[in-house]
Ligand binder design. Structure first.
Ligand code: ADP
Ligand code: MG
Length: 883
């Protein structure tokens, strides 16, 4: 056990997969942990210090599957391989142990294997470094993230809110921080709420050695070529690099030089908004039903990853957005080019990931074939684009990148690789016959010897007169002669026993060897071994050629993804009748005939039609800020759908897509906020009203004139008057302080009176028709206010018992007679003031509201005299509170 204990001691924070023959074995505590996590059998093997050693194992050929399950559960695994053949060890001496060592650490953020990765998603390793705030200032954070399976490498500097927003956008597979940061009282609760955070020793985050480490990885003398990076950025970048080197045991996956993402270059969308708008997955956690699933028409995995990236980070520069729109427009107009591109892309392999595996020496013959096919597809697509006239910038840039890889490399790979390829290089047989003369010779010898064995069998059968005599092969005995027990006697006796040497007797058979067979076997084995050795050498040679061309291959891979996204968005635009939006630097927001991209597709699948709606949040006067829509209407009328569709249209426009509308003109949005009132928020089990208020606070503190805010039924999660008051004050704040464009849906139609005094507040409502006491939803947004909430009609639609509906009607009539729908006093509230000296509401107001709320729930007809008296006492007590 000594070698094991030594290696385990060097990797204390990992489960150790210890290679023994065809299994990876785990021992001691690791075995107990893994057996539980994987649901496999825990056994024991030998004793250590007088106690049984717990053990479990996974077969090597299924290791990926078990690794994935462990990684998903947050474990890290050190893979320890045999570095020599057991035979070699034996040659070194009777008791020599096979040399073994850890060849890599498998962690969630440093995966390259296809089996461990989702082809359609990036998997980022993400490092956070912090510069302590000088007194009064906020802390600054440098972030670095790398997808080693594609080579993408980015940097950014952000404040605390920006840090959370980037983590929400990128959803890293693994986040690394220094021990110190992990235990920082201010950040600890947040960091511990995230999946897969790995705290690391401080040296990884040492700023003084950062530049040297980063430059060393790229083999340059200074990092100046990467742009002027701050010391904090260098620290985060070097932490990622060092962690990769440590987990890959020195192998260096091909990375692009770090590119900085400037603050403000992308639309900021916080975690709650992303979740709420169901951008990449639904609130229930599924891809199906998300915006991404609804718009994804890409045909390659790399294209799908890029589309998800762009959706997660829409742009804010109108010019950069137009570059993307130009490409989509071109491919919308040229349907045959689009179809050709998509057909060719469909057969293009995942170049980036195949490349990453080959460079870190984890690739197989099929990865080489992927490089060959990718280079050929790239060249063919470039030719296609070069034939087209006046290609827009994004496409012509891509065409140029596609021409970068050397066609000679593809030719070399074509010449070397066989038509049928094994998955693993150690299976051999992947080098084409005729590529390497010496290899062909060794193979011929191997195959020839096999024929000789067949001849030998015939000869032995004749000599022994045992027609059923066979020469067989297995891994334990190698080649052997086999006869049934009945004939065995004969071979065991003279004179045949001079030739046939007994090896094994089984229930039905007896097995022998002969000197001649032994010699032949040695010859076959050495020929096969030589052939495989030559194939492996050829593989290394080809992989080295690919590695040397890594940077051009990577650029071509990126270009293929860009083309896939552009043609997929064009395909989507044609299929779903999307229009090119106008995005500029104004504060306008005009959507004509807008639709919800996801709901529309769902309705279409069921044979329904979606009703298109307009929206105009543009400034009412040239020098003013944008509008706020106050949208009223009954439940189920389509308010939430309308709110979201306008936010989604803004996101689609700024990510470079066409939009589901007849026409759209959008003054660039810099931050997007979306919140749903607690009553609607079923996906979360937390104290929902508190969450709703925390999130609303975040909006009121952060939204600016260029932001777009979506508030859906805020104030629903508490008592009516509380909720109404909060909604009231929130609208005033949005109008007077934030001055943003906003959509506010509410069932408090009392709020519509605000429009009389807030010039940029616009009342809109969902049209409904009443029809013999039933409500018909027209899903149409019109100017004006809902006259009532139709709650009882909706309840009737939902199937409440008729007696309950009748009773509710009676109560409502009574309440309306008391004029509860426009509570006196609201119109007289002073307008919102940024920092009011005295609170608007006095204890007396609160008491009155309390009494009113209590009264509304009393049904005198249902009370006994005694209950009525008690209720009266309770009301009196509430009234006294206000004194
Ligand atoms: P609300 O928020 O007003 O309660 P929702 O937005 O949740 O209403 O919409 C309820 C349902 O009405 C949706 O699930 C959808 O099926 C349908 N719907 C909403 N808007 C439209 C529309 N514009 N056209 C057709 N159906 C719609
Ligand atoms: Mg709703």
């Amino acid at each position: 056990m000594e070698p094991y204990i030594e290696i385990k001691a060097a990797n204390p924070d990992c489960l150790l997969f210890y290679r023994m023959g065809d299994f990876y074995e785990l021992f001691f505590e690791d075995a107990e942990v893994a057996a539980r996590a994987l649901g496999i059998v825990l056994t024991k093997r030998g004793k250590h210090l007088g106690r049984d050693i717990p053990m479990c194992g996974v077969p090597v050929h299924r290791a990926d599957e078990y690794l994935q399950r462990l990684i998903m559960q947050g474990y890290r695994v050190a893979v320890c391989e045999q570095l020599e053949d057991p035979a070699e060890a034996r040659r070194r001496g009777g008791k020599a142990v096979v040399r073994r060592d850890v060849v890599r650490l498998v962690t969630p953020g440093t995966l390259t294997e296809d089996a461990l990765l989702d082809p359609r998603r990036n998997n980022y390793l993400f490092a956070v470094a912090r510069a302590r705030a000088s007194s009064g200032d906020e802390s600054r954070f440098a972030l670095a993230w790398i997808d080693i399976s594609t080579g993408e490498f980015r940097l950014a500097e952000r404040d605390r809110g920006g840090l959370a927003a980037e983590i929400a956008r990128l959803e890293p597979g693994e986040i690394i921080v220094s021990d110190a940061l992990y235990d920082d009282p201010e950040l600890a609760p947040y960091l511990r709420s995230l999946p897969h955070v790995t705290p690391l020793a401080r040296d990884v985050f040492d700023g003084s050695t950062a530049e040297r480490r980063l430059a060393g990885y790229f083999g340059v003398s200074s990092t100046e070529g990467f742009g002027a990076l701050s010391r904090l950025e260098l620290t985060a970048a070097a932490a990622c690099i060092t962690y990769i080197e440590r987990t890959q045991l020195g192998e260096r996956p091909p990375l692009s030089p770090p590119a900085r993402e400037a603050q403000g270059a992308t639309l900021q969308i916080d975690q709650a908004t992303r979740a709420n708008l169901e951008l990449v997955r639904t609130l229930a956690g599924e891809r199906r039903g998300s915006l991404l699933a609804a718009i994804d028409r890409t045909v390659t995995a790399a294209g799908s990853r890029l589309l998800a990236q762009r959706l997660a980070a829409p742009l804010t520069d109108p010019q950069a957005i137009a570059v993307r729109h130009n490409a989509v427009a071109y491919l919308v107009a040229d349907a045959s080019l689009r179809a050709d591109l998509r057909a060719r892309l469909r057969s293009a392999p995942d170049l980036a990931r195949a490349l990453a595996r080959l460079v870190v020496d984890r690739g197989g013959p099929r990865d080489l074939a992927a490089i060959r096919d990718g280079i050929l597809a790239a060249a063919a697509i470039a030719a296609e684009l070069e034939r087209s006239a006046e290609v827009p910038e994004e496409l012509s840039q891509a065409a140029k990148a596609l021409r970068l890889p050397d066609p000679a490399l593809a030719a070399k790979l074509s010449a070397a690789l066989a038509d049928e390829l094994p998955h693993l290089k150690r299976d051999g047989g992947f080098v084409r016959a005729g590529y390497d003369g010496a290899l062909d010779e060794a193979r011929a010898l191997r195959d020839e010897s096999r024929r000789v064995i067949a001849g030998l069998q015939a000869r032995y059968a004749e000599a022994t007169a045992v027609r059923a005599l066979k020469i067989r092969h297995n891994n334990v005995l190698g080649y052997f002669v086999e006869v049934t027990v009945q004939h065995g006697e004969k071979l065991l006796a003279a004179p045949l026993n001079a030739t046939f040497i007994h090896r094994q007797t089984l229930a039905g058979q007896v097995r022998f060897t002969t000197t001649e067979l032994g010699a032949l076997e040695a010859k076959i084995a050495s020929a096969a071994e030589r052939a495989l050795g030559m194939e492996l050498a050829a593989f290394d040679d080809l992989a080295a050629a690919v590695t040397a061309a890594a940077s051009t291959i990577k650029r071509a891979a990126e270009a293929l993804a860009v083309l896939d996204v552009a043609s997929a968005l064009a395909e989507l635009a044609c299929e779903r009748d999307f229009a090119r939006p106008d995005v500029d630097g104004s504060l306008e927001f005009v959507i004509e005939g807008g639709r919800h991209p996801v709901v529309e597709q769902m309705l279409a699948a069921e044979g329904g039609t979606f009703i298109a709606n307009d929206c105009d949040l543009s400034p009412p006067r040239p020098d003013s800020e944008g509008r706020i829509y106050l949208l009223t209407g009954p439940n189920m009328a389509g308010k939430s759908t309308y709110l979201r569709q306008n936010a989604l249209i803004a996101i689609l426009a700024q990510m470079g897509s066409f939009v589901p509308a007849r026409r759209a003109r959008i003054g660039v949005v810099d931050r997007l906020f979306s919140r749903v009132g607690a009553a609607d928020d079923i996906a979360r089990g937390r104290s929902t009203f508190m969450v709703e208020m925390v999130e609303t606070a975040a909006i009121l503190n952060q939204a600016g004139t260029r932001s777009l805010v979506i508030l859906d039924e805020i104030g629903r999660g508490t008592a009516t008057f509380d909720g109404l008051s909060i909604a009231w004050a929130t609208i005033e704040h949005l109008h007077e302080s934030n001055r943003c464009r906003a959509l506010f849906a509410t069932h408090f139609h009392e709020l519509t009176t605000l429009a009389a005094r807030l010039p940029r507040l616009f009342n809109a409502t969902m049209r409904v028709k009443e029809w013999h006491g039933e409500v018909v939803f027209l899903h149409e947004v019109i100017a004006g206010a809902a006259d009532r909430s139709y709650g009882i009609q909706v309840a009737k639609l939902a199937g409440l018992p008729p007696s309950v509906i009748e009773r509710a009607r009676a109560v409502l009539a009574k309440l309306e007679a008391e004029d509860r729908t426009s509570p006196r006093g609201f119109e007289d509230l002073p307008l919102f003031a940024a920092a009011p000296a005295v609170p608007h509401s006095t204890p007396r107001d609160a008491a009155r509201a309390d009494v009113m709320a209590a009264l509304a729930t009393l049904y005198p007809d249902d009370m006994s005299p005694r209950e009525a008296l008690e209720a009266l006492y309770a009301l009196k007590a509430k009234a006294n509170n206000g004194k």
